[in-house]
Ligand binder design. Structure first.
Ligand SMILES: NC(=O)c1ccc[n+]([C@@H]2O[C@H](COP(=O)([O-])OP(=O)(O)OC[C@H]3O[C@@H](n4cnc5c(N)ncnc54)[C@H](OP(=O)(O)O)[C@@H]3O)[C@@H](O)[C@H]2O)c1
Length: 234
């Protein structure tokens, strides 16, 4: 398998970090995008330094920064094969009570929906050059109703985004995969779910690599991956 260049948003922790680790383990190069520069630099150094991994400060809600991250990738490694639009945030919400503020809702919509949308726009010219792969982290929360949850609504939007993107890209050679993890043991989940069965971020990373390691003629559209024992409606 040839070695490819991955751009991963939300690479400073959790699923993005685990995917970066696995991609490098498989011989690929990674560009690590996120806002917490120190974590990105530490991870890049651990993964082998500039030959293998490059930290890029990037807020996915800012078009100029996302575009700059892609430009940085091309400057450093000359190509882009896989974009993983993974950055996301979650805060508890209710439409009825004071749980979470409308400002939290704005942040979730911008990060979880606008973020992957502009990541697609920014990466597609380079992905078309390589017959590359756009992967986006949705959620089980993007396929089931979750009363009161704006987070879930953003992930439903991600489900639609992946399908609409695949529709427009038909015939271009670019594949689109939606990863929908269930509960995963990262900083994103609230203390209320401490006792629930969880995936390890590395479990989700393996599903990403499974999708991108398929032959060019195979487009894994969606992967739902839950911890064993997670009930269907959570
Ligand atoms: N954990 C779960 O149970 C679960 C289940 C299903 C889906 N997911 C999804 O998985 C994805 C990754 O989350 P995680 O669980 O791995 O949690 P995490 O460890 O909190 O990771 C979230 C990542 O998103 C980045 N991020 C947040 N806002 C950003 C912004 N404006 N610009 C750039 N990066 C930003 C964070 O980096 P910085 O703070 O450094 O910017 C961090 O690296 C998210 O899309 C999440 O919705 C998680």
């Amino acid at each position: 398998m040839e070695h490819r260049v991955f751009l991963i948003t939300g690479a400073s922790s959790g699923i993005g970090e685990a995917t970066a680790r696995l991609a490098v383990e498989e011989g690929h190069r990674v560009v690590l995008a996120g806002r917490r520069r120190e974590l990105l630099e530490r991870l890049a150094a651990e993964l082998g330094g500039p030959e293998r991994a490059l930290p890029v400060t990037c807020d996915v809600t800012e078009w100029d920064q996302v575009r700059a991250a892609v430009a940085h990738t091309l400057e450093a490694y000359g190509r882009l094969d896989v974009a993983l639009a993974n950055a996301g945030v979650a805060t508890p919400t209710s439409f009825l009570d004071e749980k979470g503020t409308p400002e939290d809702w704005r942040t979730m919509v911008l990060t979880n929906v606008y973020g992957p949308a502009i990541t697609a726009r920014a990466t597609l010219p380079a992905l078309r050059e390589t017959n590359g792969h756009f992967v986006v982290t949705g959620s089980v929360a993007g396929r089931i109703p979750t009363p009161g949850s704006v987070y879930s609504a953003t992930k439903w939007a991600v489900t639609g985004l992946a399908q609409n993107l695949r529709g427009e890209l038909a015939g271009t050679g670019v594949r689109v995969t939606l990863i929908q993890p269930g509960l995963t043991d990262t900083g994103l989940i609230g203390p209320g779910r401490a006792d629930h069965a969880k995936l390890d971020p590395a479990d989700v990373a393996r599903t990403v690599l499974f999708a991108v390691n398929q032959p060019p003629g195979v487009d894994i559209n969606e992967i739902v991956v839950r911890p064993a024992g997670q009930v269907w409606h959570r």
